[in-house]
Design a protein around this ligand. Sequence first.
Ligand code: 3EB
Length: 330
Amino acid sequence: MVQGCESPLIDPLARRAPQVSYRVTPTASVLAEAGTLAVFGFGQAAPHSDDPRYLRVPLEALDGPAPLELWQVDATVSSGQDGALRWSAGGGWLFAAIELDEDEHGGATTTAQLAYARLHQFVASRSEQHVLRVWNYLGAINHGDGDAERYKHFCEGRASGMGDFFAEGFPAATAIGHLGETPRLQVYLLACDRPGQRIENPRQVSAWCYPRQYGRTPPSFARAMSLPGGDALAISGTAAVVGHASAHQDDLDAQLGETMLNLDALLANAGMSSGFDSQSPLKAYVRHHADAARVREFLDARLPGVPVLMLHGDICRSELLFEIDGWRYA
Ligand code: 3EB
């Protein structure tokens, strides 16, 4: 019998989404696991490691010691470091991170500009050209009034530093204020050699269309990104924003409920079933330490069994008390 020569049914360019999870485990053992693309520790008690795949995020966990966050891919991972920029890559996926001291780079605007320009320059040198998701953590995010607020300076620097980085459309993103040393700006991203699909929220004005009252330069992010292959949705920081306005000022419970409605609408618009499960790691950012117990109670009731890491951070509009982001696998 002559053997056929059919081509394999597996698409060699298919990209299975990185598996994101939280785990309480020694840093060295997860870094030793095959396919570990990135590992994150949270807060001052986080372990230290010189591995370029390991990043210490300056946000404190609000209920007990934080687990590590792991990003794992089905491939061999290589990694490196170039000054303040570190990276890792494998299987078509790229992690890159930069951390800069604003005092060394002339303030919030110019530091954001430099961070984005350097990330752009680095990603441009790689085959993983499609930036899908970005996280931004800066200090004292609500410091300053009106156009002088630091978040608005950050938005201006981000927009001018990115140049044509996101010519195909903005990535999904989070921008949160950390309570660590103010001068420290941390930006990290996930990119791929295949494009994702941007998802907006029909309940919300797209952020890049926000009116002038929110600043001279509107924020540059998509509400979510469906990863290439469509097997996971990266959800941007989502808060109680309806239209372009912040809803329910000073009402935590109402902001929590409105945020859930925004998440539902986003999942529906992405063509996904509603809800989250034990495979959907989320992060909840809480402005006031005193709200932590109430937020945990709400999350346990509304998202039972869902791993939600609750972190102490400032939301980029001072009237917002809560924001959530994370992953939903198909
Ligand atoms: C909002 O909906 C809340 O500037 O990158 C959420 C996600 C928010 C990302 C960003 C800001 C950003 O406008 C704030």
